[in-house]
Design a protein around this ligand. Structure first.
Ligand SMILES: NC(=O)c1ccc[n+]([C@@H]2O[C@H](COP(=O)([O-])OP(=O)(O)OC[C@H]3O[C@@H](n4cnc5c(N)ncnc54)[C@H](OP(=O)(O)O)[C@@H]3O)[C@@H](O)[C@H]2O)c1
Length: 437
């Protein structure tokens, strides 16, 4: 049997301690992975053809398999496990937009290892030179653009609504004709919490519909190779088995307060699939869970649940208030994905996924709002009482995504725990509003 502990050890070393030499060379974990492997001297390495030369040049022996396809990966994986090797490392490094990373995912899944393991040894794959991020100035877009910058993506176009209102077909057309992006992350949207959705359902429907229509149509006309579209968990039916599976997206009407927003987003999935069928467009769509993290929107009129709770509880603590009133009865559950994890999921969707089927992006865990409020209250040391205003809407009773498809097809696993992410977000808010809070 292959030695899983060895693999786990190898993985954790690569994540926590990429050798300094690797960092200096600018090769990141790619070189780091090689250095660690060289040091440990595994008896067998199954790698992708893209790096065979690299390994050979690095004088690392033991290359016995090249993975050129999903089936080859499965074969290699099966050989590894049946050959009773005690030190087998199954590696695929990034550097290709072909199915190499997918084959690594398949192989790892076959071995019963977490796909996140490959992320320790490979960058998230190669992106084309000309990238556009609609909504790149927003919460998720900002995290994505920052991540793209860290990866060295040189040309990232971030159209702003003031100059390029994507509700306007002519403005959208002019933008695409000028930029000719090879890859588009389509994140631009009218976004808000329950209150904002309830106040302006027509605007939420109209803007999200028309922005999506314009962007996808102009991407097609401009010959954009790929578009990664951000959907939303709000697209799911109000009552559907938990965790939400992608196949259940159409099995019911969404929760009423966010249905116009959710349905407008879900219509883009139909458009993407129809364009794929008729025009061969490579438009893929992910459905992220509720996002949170540093940089979130803390405006109580439009914010989502985590920034709203943080703001109310941090401010109440600073003012010594004895009572905080929160919306609903605290019983609904939600799933929260850190914005940096979501940004990474989008990049993986760009580099590893070309399917028509939607993919959930989440952590696969839910938490009751009451418990969440308790966590935040404890983190900010709020001493008062939390009162629940049951006259306010609860929203959807439960929300939690099935993340199996993301794990298998994207090799995606969220890496930020809720406790760590909340601490970061609270700190970010405190830094913005002043040290006294
Ligand atoms: N936040 C969440 O919890 C969450 C969860 C699941 C999915 N999502 C999805 O993730 C995406 C980003 O959400 P977010 O929270 O980052 O939103 P956000 O912070 O509100 O940012 C919205 C972005 O959309 C752009 N935009 C809005 N209207 C536009 C228009 N008419 N023309 C051009 N650009 C326009 C804005 O650009 P300007 O700044 O230039 O106006 C801004 O960059 C959305 O598609 C959303 O549905 C979000």
């Amino acid at each position: 049997m292959h030695d899983r502990r060895f693999l786990a050890d190898l993985g954790s070393r690569q994540v926590s301690q990429p050798p300094p030499r690797a960092r200096r060379r600018g090769g990141g974990l790619r070189v780091g992975g090689v250095a660690v492997l060289a040091e440990l001297g595994p008896e067998q390495i199954a790698i992708s053809p893209s790096v065979t030369r690299f390994f050979t040049a690095s004088k690392i022996g033991g290359i016995t398999s090249c993975l050129s396809s999903r089936s080859a990966a499965r074969t290699a994986a099966s050989e590894c496990s049946t050959m009773a090797l005690s030190r087998t490392a199954l590696i695929s490094f990034g550097g290709h937009t072909d199915e190499t990373p997918v084959s690594s995912c398949a192989a790892l899944t076959f071995l019963g290892l977490p796909p996140s393991w490959i992320d320790m040894t490979e960058p998230d794959g190669v992106l084309p030179a000309r990238v556009m991020v609609t909504g790149g100035s927003g919460f998720l877009g900002g995290a994505l653009v920052a991540r793209l910058g860290r990866r060295g993506t040189r040309h990232v176009c971030v159209p702003r609504s003031a100059e390029h209102d994507l509700r306007d077909p002519a403005a959208t057309r002019a933008l695409f004709e000028r930029e000719r992006p090879e890859l588009v992350f389509h994140l631009a949207a009218r976004v808000g919490g329950i209150g904002a959705n309830a106040r302006s359902p027509g605007t939420f429907f109209h803007d999200n519909m028309v922005i999506g229509l314009n962007v996808l149509e102009q991407a097609r006309r401009a010959g954009t190779h790929k578009v990664v579209i951000a959907g939303t968990v709000c697209a799911y039916p109000k009552h559907t088995p938990v965790p939400f599976r992608e196949d259940d997206l159409w099995n019911g009407y969404p929760e009423e307060t966010n249905a116009p927003y959710g349905i407008a987003k879900k219509a883009l999935l139909v458009m993407a699939q129809a364009y794929r069928q008729e025009f061969g467009s490579n438009f893929v769509m992910v459905f992220p869970a509720n996002l949170y993290g540093p940089g979130d929107n803390f405006d109580l009129e439009t914010s989502h649940v985590i920034p709203a709770l943080i703001r109310k509880l941090v401010d109440a603590t600073a003012r010594g208030e004895r009572e905080v009133v929160l919306w609903g009865d605290g019983t609904p559950t939600r799933e929260f994905l850190h914005v940096d994890d979501a940004a990474r999921g989008l990049i993986l969707a760009a580099t590893r996924y070309d399917g028509a089927a939607p993919v959930n992006l989440g952590v696969g865990q839910e938490i009751a709002i009451r418990e969440l409020a308790g966590k935040i209250a404890a983190a900010v040391r709020y001493q008062g009482v939390i009162r629940w205003d049951a006259g306010r809407p609860n929203g959807q009773p439960r929300r939690c995504l099935d993340v199996t498809r993301a794990r298998i097809d994207l090799g995606f696993e969220a890496s930020t725990s809720l406790d760590v992410g909340l601490a970061q977000t609270i700190q970010w808010y405190r830094d913005r509003v002043g040290g006294t809070r």
